[in-house]
Design a protein around this ligand. Structure first.
Ligand SMILES: C[S@@+](CC[C@H](N)C(=O)[O-])C[C@H]1O[C@@H](n2cnc3c(N)ncnc32)[C@H](O)[C@@H]1O
Length: 255
């Protein structure tokens, strides 16, 4: 398995721009895919009824924290967990009101200094961030009213282990939002742990009957690498309701 790319300055800069950059800072081309901007906000607002107040929320694989801050608008208590110490450090600094400087790569040696700031109207006093491994969460964690995990599953070595833990992490009646672009890569997940068929079918196999699928939604997103190179992807978001079925699986099995 390759070294963790999410600890590098390159990806920290890319994620600070992805999470906190304005549309103009990210995409300087009017003909570009503007509908793919704002993913860390849309993975909350386009999957949940944000007019509904919720108690506790967990944002798993929160990276530099934007979705956790968005969740704080409607949730009383938000915990963001990510494996990357560099990402969590940046999220904590932003939450404490500190402007966090970063560089946007234009091309080659050319960079533009920018600053990431807490989004207006968010409630940082409701948000905590911790480094942690989604595959080794503490036994005492949860349950939460809402678990949100965007673009995390296909970055895990054993995603089935997280799926097996989810019934335990979401309170009966609570909501689970999973989003994944289904980009299964051997650098992150051994092929033996990829779904054999379609990712949504595999999610159903692992999550039902402890969860009932409520809806799915395609969420495009755009990550800028340089002024002229972008990753345009489409995440498959699925929203699940935790049933009162016990659904607890003590051991995770490969699909
Ligand atoms: C593709 S990024 C998505 C980040 C964010 N949710 C978003 O939508 O922008 C995947 C994130 O998962 C984190 N991650 C990878 N493996 C993890 C693990 N085992 N436990 C917790 N976080 C992990 C990475 O550090 C990275 O921040």
């Amino acid at each position: 398995m390759a070294a963790n790319p999410y600890e590098t300055r390159k990806l920290l800069d890319e994620y600070l721009l992805f999470h906190y950059g304005s549309p103009e800072e990210i995409l300087p081309h009017a003909f570009g895919p503007v509908g793919a901007l704002g993913f860390p906000v849309r993975s909350v607002t386009e999957t949940l009824d944000v007019s509904e107040s919720r108690g506790s929320a967990l944002d798993l694989g929160c990276a530099t924290g934007r979705s956790a801050f968005e969740l704080s608008r409607s949730c009383d208590d938000v915990l963001g967990i990510d494996f990357s110490a560099a990402f969590i450090d940046a999220a904590q600094r932003i939450g404490s009101g500190e402007p966090v400087p970063y560089d946007r790569l234009e091309e080659g040696h050319l960079r533009t200094p920018l600053v990431a700031r807490l989004p207006d109207g968010t409630r940082p006093e409701r948000v905590r961030f911790e480094t942690g491994d989604a595959l080794q969460l503490p036994d005492a964690l949860g349950p939460f009213d809402l678990v949100h995990a965007a673009n995390l599953l296909c970055r895990l070595s054993e995603p089935q282990r997280l799926l097996a833990r989810l019934p335990d992490l979401v309170r009966p009646g609570g909501t689970l939002v999973l989003a994944t672009p289904c980009t299964w890569l051997a650098d992150f997940t051994p092929p033996a742990n990829w779904p054999r068929g379609a990712t949504l079918d595999w999610l159903r196999e692992h999550l039902e009957p402890a969860f009932a699928l409520e809806r799915t939604r395609d969420l495009p997103f755009l990550i800028r690498e340089t002024a002229r190179k972008f990753q345009w992807s489409v995440s498959l978001a699925s929203v699940w309701r935790r049933t009162d079925h016990p659904g607890f699986r003590p051991t995770a099995s490969p699909s």
